[in-house]
Design a protein around this ligand. Structure first.
Ligand code: COA
Length: 161
């Protein structure tokens, strides 16, 4: 019998599962939609390096004792929202996004935002269905090993109160 999905703060022990979901999901959402120059920086090692550094702002979704997805927050930004491919289309992503909104509101912010590349149609549809609105294109400063890299993105926002 499968257990109820549950949300909990990330721990050091989650870093490898988070890195695996992050790396595969980044490719699913971004290949063909970001400048090719960014690709060498987004190799598997980069996610293995970054996941442990982000444990403090990571919340994981657990299903049957395994990490099924995660969010990472930066202030009022839902910086990362990732669900393992095997769980997509199940409704579980809504739990992750609702938790991001809850934590951002609890930290005192009135509006949450996130960046999504134009070509990530699945994520954009999911955000729009969840009540987020497209506030237009801007240049997102993606962190890389060599500094920041400008990536054209849509800014999505949601009023929290
Ligand atoms: C973004 C993500 C968390 C959404 O979770 P999900 O379980 O896939 O979302 P859902 O299936 O509930 O919703 C996706 C919607 O897009 C639709 N969709 C699926 N594939 C699509 C495609 N290729 N183009 C457009 N819409 C698509 C689905 O039908 C659904 O819409 P509907 O509810 O109106 O039918 C998940 O896809 C993911 O982790 N993706 C990879 C990582 C990523 O891109 N993260 C976001 C970075 S900003």
């Amino acid at each position: 019998m499968s257990s109820q999905p549950s949300l909990r703060p990330g721990t050091d022990a989650d870093a490898s599962a988070v890195a695996r979901i992050w790396h595969a999901g980044w490719r699913d959402g971004h290949l063909g939609s970001v400048p090719d120059e960014l690709l060498p920086d987004r190799d598997e090692a980069s996610f293995i390096e970054r996941a442990p550094l982000r444990v403090a702002d990571t919340t994981v979704l657990e299903v049957d004792g395994e990490v099924a997805g995660f969010i990472m927050l930066l202030g009022d930004e839902a910086d990362q929202v990732y669900l393992d491919a095997k769980h997509r289309g199940s409704g579980l992503a809504a739990l992750l996004l609702a938790e991001a909104e809850r934590q951002i509101a609890a930290a005192g912010h009135d509006v949450a935002w996130l960046a999504v590349v134009a070509g990530n149609a699945r994520a954009r549809r999911f955000y729009e269905r969840s009540g987020w609105t497209d506030a237009g294109l801007f240049s997102y400063k993606a962190e890389t090993r060599g500094g920041t890299f400008d990536v054209p993105c849509h800014r999505y926002e949601k009023a929290l109160r």
